[in-house]
Design a protein. Structure first.
Length: 115
């Protein structure tokens, strides 16, 4: 099952921090780290995401998707501050901004199967 290697290292900077969101499923934390490491990220740069502080431009966010029965790891790169929508915000479509993470804009860069 080496199909995930076709996407690896496309636009990945393995020296950047990766914030992990596992939706409370801590039993999946190590498998997520292993999959990300196989894709070129360094384990020492991985840490659990916090609702109090988002990452910086150039860093990554990796989250399990979908939250209740995850099958994939979706990796996005932080591109900078989120643009404020004039109407209060349902226009973007991604809906991933909880807590401080609502203040940053991200672009998807990689999707990995969880298993």
């Amino acid at each position: 099952m080496s199909s995930s290697s076709s996407q690896q290292n496309n636009n990945i900077d393995g020296t950047k921090k990766v914030y992990l969101i596992v939706h409370g499923q801590r039993n999946l934390l190590e498998p997520v780290k292993d999959r990300l490491a196989a894709a070129g990220f360094k384990k020492e740069n991985m840490e659990m995401a916090s609702l109090d502080k988002a990452g910086s431009a150039g860093e990554y966010c990796a989250l399990l998707w979908p939250p209740m029965a995850p099958t994939d790891i979706s990796v996005s790169q932080i591109t900078g501050p989120a643009e404020q929508a004039a109407g209060g915000g349902s226009g973007g479509g991604s809906g991933r901004g909880m807590g401080a993470w609502g203040s940053v804009a991200m672009k998807p860069v990689l999707k990995l199967p969880l298993k």
